[in-house]
Design a protein around this ligand. Structure first.
Ligand SMILES: CC(C)(COP(=O)(O)OP(=O)(O)OC[C@H]1O[C@@H](n2cnc3c(N)ncnc32)[C@H](O)[C@@H]1OP(=O)(O)O)[C@@H](O)C(=O)NCCC(=O)NCCS
Length: 240
């Protein structure tokens, strides 16, 4: 294949080329031409990269941002150029860019569903269906803290249930993190109604729904989708 260029500031001509091949694809019943409003907005707001060969834009990716999370909005490679590694190159460039901007996680809605295999090749995980979230896939952009199989004296426990259920059913936590050794951030898909407990020296210093305002945890529910506690956060500063 000819020289491949990844372009982080595409020209108006590139946007027109993309519009042209999306129009052709749409006449065959495929593609994203009906998303042109969002593609144009991403272009205007410099949230769009392209992959070009022989000065023709044959693929693009756009994203949007929210606090510490980024979401891949739309991505397509012209049908004539697929399965040549261009999608991988374009996504990798975007991921590198999002990392340098300090985002801790990237998510997306896999649509069409046929692209799921591509996203899993790019290292994305399924976002748990039972959470009923808008997004379908996510990928941490930072090294994350491993869960613990023990219950050390300093720890965070998370249940995928509301506090009344945890107490009534005396449920075991679904995830435990040892906070005496926390050097990497905790990042976990999480629902605001789930229960989180913070233990210090074996005693509970805070237990509540992840979305409630009483503790530092509230600051850590990224976009209502992820429990995120950075490695250097003071997790014991519970405000009554
Ligand atoms: C999905 C898409 C962007 C992939 O682009 P591409 O240039 O064909 O992908 P690449 O050639 O870089 O493939 C990278 C890897 O993913 C794999 N892959 C690509 N598409 C795949 C698919 N649909 N299912 C499973 N695996 C796939 C490739 O085999 C390759 O694997 P390898 O690294 O082991 O060789 C492209 O097919 C496309 O534009 N599809 C239509 C639009 C779309 O679905 N967009 C995603 C919206 S969420």
């Amino acid at each position: 294949m000819e020289t491949i260029k990844l372009i982080t500031a595409p020209s108006v001509a590139a946007l027109q080329q993309i519009t042209d091949w999306l129009s052709i694809e749409s006449s065959h019943g495929h593609g994203f031409i009906h998303n042109m409003k969002w593609i144009n907005a991403a272009y205007e707001e410099e949230r769009l990269f392209t992959v070009e060969t022989e000065n023709i834009a044959v693929g693009f990716i756009s994203w949007k941002i929210e606090h510490l999370t980024a979401e891949i909005d739309i991505m397509a490679i012209n049908a004539d150029y697929r399965k040549n590694g261009l999608g991988k190159k374009l996504y990798s460039l975007t991921e590198k860019f999002l990392k340098t901007k300090g985002f801790v996680v990237v998510s997306l809605i896999s649509s069409p569903r046929s692209s799921e295999g591509f996203w899993s090749k790019m290292g994305f995980h399924n976002f748990p269906d039972e959470m009923g979230a808008r997004i379908t896939h996510f990928k941490p952009l930072v090294d994350t803290c491993e869960t613990s199989h023990e219950r050390p004296p300093n720890r965070i426990e998370l249940w995928s249930s509301e506090p009344y259920m945890v107490r009534h059913e005396q449920l075991e936590p679904d995830w435990i993190w040892d906070t005496s050794e926390i050097s990497s951030p905790i990042l976990q898909p999480c629902n605001g109604d789930w229960t989180v407990s913070i233990f210090e020296n074996g005693s509970v210093v805070g237990e509540e729904k992840t979305k409630l305002k009483r503790s530092v945890i509230q600051e850590s529910l990224l976009d209502g989708l992820f429990l995120y506690i950075s490695g250097n956060q003071d997790i014991t500063s519970v405000q009554e």
